[in-house]
Design a protein around this ligand. Structure first.
Ligand code: NAP
Length: 266
């Protein structure tokens, strides 16, 4: 490992790499020597982040991916191995809140509808992206990580995967699924030295949460519930991803890393 390069020679796929936590994680991985494939449904933003990483001297490429589409995962993993010769790290970061995308300001304390108003289609969409997407990525990363004789899968859950709240049950359910799926996968593939961990962010300032925090009542309530008194930054979470991706975490699997400004300690 070169000094200061915690991911030298590693090849990483980062889903959700076009925006927020995923983009910052891709930047951190590249800064620490990884060759990074950014995968996201937003091609124009994703290409811009990849260009920015390359301009800064890193190695990155963007590939369009809908995490719900199995053939696209197969193609992405295959292309990554052909292009870079291996895969060492998969960060499953893409996700959705279930918020109505036409709402620029969240009117209530919760992003998604309450249970009685939740349609089956909305429920299934949140579960498909947040939970099935993580299953598919993990499933297709196993073989290349076995060929690399081990590696790291990082699944972004949420504090909503640990505790409940009065709203957005589909999001809670999807993130709870990611938490426990990660532990099951960790146990199944520990003999192959494939580590699988989940990260549980609190409220982080990204395009996902901005409509909520544009409502001063929502922002105030969330800040009051955060002992460290500020929203997280994408870098706060990216640093956790960097640790779990690196060999410094070689004895860490099946764990849940909470990065939430102290919110769930309360
Ligand atoms: P973000 O800025 O909205 O980034 C999410 C990215 O995922 C977007 O680029 C989005 O593209 C992409 N995406 C959505 N559906 C996709 C799909 N089907 N296939 C591929 N890409 C897809 O949100 P973020 O806050 O960085 O969230 C990243 C992860 O952290 C999510 O899993 C989220 O649930 C989790 N998280 C966030 C917070 C927080 O406070 N921000 C807290 C806890 C957990 P589009 O814009 O085109 O949809």
């Amino acid at each position: 490992m070169q000094p200061g390069k915690r991911l030298s020679d590693k090849v990483a796929i980062v889903t959700g790499g076009a925006s927020g936590i995923g983009a910052e994680t891709a930047r951190a991985f590249a800064l620490h020597g990884a060759r990074v494939v950014l995968a996201d449904s937003d091609a124009s933003l994703g290409k811009a982040v990849a260009r920015e990483i390359e301009t800064a001297g890193g190695t990155a490429l963007f590939r369009a991916l809908d995490v719900c589409q199995e053939p696209q995962w197969i193609a992405l993993i295959d292309e990554t191995e052909r292009h870079f010769g291996r895969l060492d790290v998969l960060a499953n970061i893409a996700g959705i809140s279930g918020r109505d995308p036409t709402q620029n300001i969240q009117l209530t304390q919760t992003a998604g509808p309450r249970l009685a108003e939740q349609t089956l289609a909305q429920w299934e969409q949140v579960m498909r992206v947040n939970a099935t997407g993580v299953f598919l990525g993990t499933k297709y990363a196993i073989a290349p990580l076995q060929r690399a004789r081990g590696g790291s899968i990082i699944n972004i859950s949420s504090i909503c995967g640990i505790v409940g709240s009065f709203g957005n049950a589909a999001y809670h359910a999807s993130k709870g699924a990611v938490r426990i799926f990660s532990k099951a996968a960790a146990i199944q593939y520990a003999p192959d030295r494939i580590r699988v961990n989940s990260i549980h962010p609190g409220f982080v300032d990204t395009p996902m949460t901005r409509p909520g925090h544009a409502n001063p009542d929502v922002a105030k309530k969330r800040l009051e519930a955060t002992p460290l008194g500020r929203f997280g930054t994408p870098a706060d979470i990216a640093m956790g991803c960097l640790y779990l991706a690196s060999d410094e975490a070689s004895w860490v699997t099946g764990s849940e890393l909470v990065i939430d400004g102290g919110m769930t300690a309360n």
